[in-house]
Design a protein around this ligand. Structure first.
Ligand SMILES: Cc1cc2nc3c(=O)[nH]c(=O)nc-3n(C[C@H](O)[C@H](O)[C@H](O)COP(=O)(O)OP(=O)(O)OC[C@H]3O[C@@H](n4cnc5c(N)ncnc54)[C@H](O)[C@@H]3O)c2cc1C
Length: 410
């Protein structure tokens, strides 16, 4: 595989465009295929932490990221009447606490990364891979709409329900571990009094409602989560998903009735189970996984975006440095990323129960521990936890420097 090789990337979320950017810099030709008809604007804020933030800096995008980052005071838990019961300011833990100092709307980050790849990367929207057939020299790919094509390498950056993973590594249930938590995210324009805080309200039974100010004045980014053993639902039927949420949240306090009402009008409604993705290896021959497709840590960790950004940089760097020897490159990618992924997949204290406590007593205890986190010795214990999860030293890859363009895979 020469550094002029053709790489197909499935998924134009965060990891896909970031990888396309770095591969182009090393001289590869890149095509990105995305199932949605355009970039998906949805999602709440994602954190730019530790090494993920370094990748954005190395891409020269930090000023643009800061320009669209959210102005926020931090995280506050509120009771049914809206009174704050515990909070963590955004600058706690040196800006690396539960809410990180630089938070950016997921849609804004996806747009920024996509724009950085233009005009050098080919995008095919509104299509999906339907078949992969690899031999020693390449991969024959079939698509739902486009004509079949042959590539040197195929990357699955298509999220936790990855089609590339299903085709090359086997069915989803072998690799996806549900956390027994379901979440809907959507944007509302109804007035909710937040005073600059990302507010969360827990209801016994494992319900969590959240609202945070968006970037545009008057826009609120809302979330409704509930704990449940795996349920079967139609992933294409938004109305049925909203009915399910409405039933679960019946009788909940705070701003929940308003959020549930507004959810029906949201044009970016997104509902999914929270889960982790775990595989022993992320490549099979000339097919490799990146980001949530290979190692989703779940939104509970706040590290999914950083992992995808770091994974994109390392995968591109290893491919460029191996001068196209894909076996060496993909082995190195696994070796460099594995420890970081394993750390990032450690759930924060309490796991799903910490985020969505099931009883009134557990909610009070969580508030107490949140208040204690701001003080010694809990503060020091938590600081160590956040620092460990967010950090990896990025390797230097000379062939990713702007001057070096070679690009091959063999
Ligand atoms: C709409 C949306 C909203 C999100 N909101 C949040 C949030 O609020 N908080 C949070 O922590 N995380 C959120 N996430 C997940 C978060 O973006 C990822 O955890 C993280 O950024 C890693 O990015 P990724 O590129 O691996 O995956 P993703 O950002 O999920 O991107 C995957 C991309 O692949 C595309 N895709 C899926 N199937 C196919 C297919 N068959 N063919 C081609 N393309 C396909 C998807 O449309 C998507 O654009 C959201 C993801 C999406 C898609």
């Amino acid at each position: 595989m020469e550094n002029s090789a053709n790489v197909l990337v499935s998924g134009a979320g965060i990891g896909g465009p970031a990888l396309a950017y770095w591969l182009r810099r090393a001289g590869f030709s890149v095509t990105v295929i995305e199932r949605a008809p355009g970039l998906r604007p949805g999602g709440q804020a994602v954190d730019l932490r530790g090494a993920g933030r370094d990748v954005i800096t190395r891409m020269g995008l930090m000023d643009r990221a800061r320009a669209v980052s959210l102005d926020q005071r931090g995280l506050a838990f509120v009771n049914a009447s809206g009174r704050i019961t515990a909070r963590m300011p955004a600058d706690s833990f040196g800006g690396e606490g539960i809410v990180s100092e630089i938070e950016i709307l997921r849609g804004d980050l996806a747009q920024l990364l996509h724009d950085a790849t233009l005009p050098d990367v080919e995008y095919l929207f509104d299509d999906t891979i339907t078949g992969l057939d690899q031999d020693a020299d390449g991969v024959d790919v079939t698509f739902e709409k486009a004509a079949p094509r042959r590539f040197d390498l195929v990357v699955g950056a298509d999220g936790s329900h990855s089609v590339v993973r299903a085709l090359a590594f086997g069915p989803e249930q072998q690799h996806v571990r549900p956390l027994d938590l379901y979440t809907a995210w959507f944007t509302v324009t109804e007035p909710v009094q937040l005073d600059g805080w990302f507010q969360l309200h827990n209801t016994p039974g494992g319900l969590v409602a959240s609202a945070r100010p968006g970037r545009i004045p008057g826009e609120i980014k809302a979330g409704l989560s509930f704990r449940s053993k795996p349920i079967s639902y139609d992933r294409g039927d938004t109305t049925a998903q909203q009915d399910l949420i409405e039933r679960r949240f019946a009788g909940a306090g705070w701003e929940v009735p308003r959020l549930v009402r507004a959810m029906r009008d949201a044009d970016d409604f997104f509902f999914d189970s929270m889960s982790q993705v775990r595989l022993d290896r992320w490549s099979r021959g000339r097919v490799v996984l990146l980001g949530d497709a290979g190692y989703c840590p779940s939104p509970l960790t706040g590290l999914g975006t950083s992992l995808a950004l770091v994974g994109a940089y390392v995968l591109a760097g290893e491919l460029a440095e191996a001068r196209g020897d894909h076996r060496t490159a993909l082995g190195n990618y696994d070796r460099v990323m594995r420890p970081y992924v394993e750390q990032a997949q450690e759930l924060p204290p309490g796991g799903a129960g910490g985020y969505a406590p099931s009883s009134a007593l557990a909610i009070r205890l969580r508030d107490l521990s949140m208040r204690a986190m701001n003080h010694w010795p809990m503060h020091n214990i938590m600081a160590a936890q956040f620092a460990k999860a967010g950090n990896v030293t990025l390797p230097d890859y000379p062939r990713l420097s702007p001057a070096a363009r070679s690009g091959s895979v063999h």
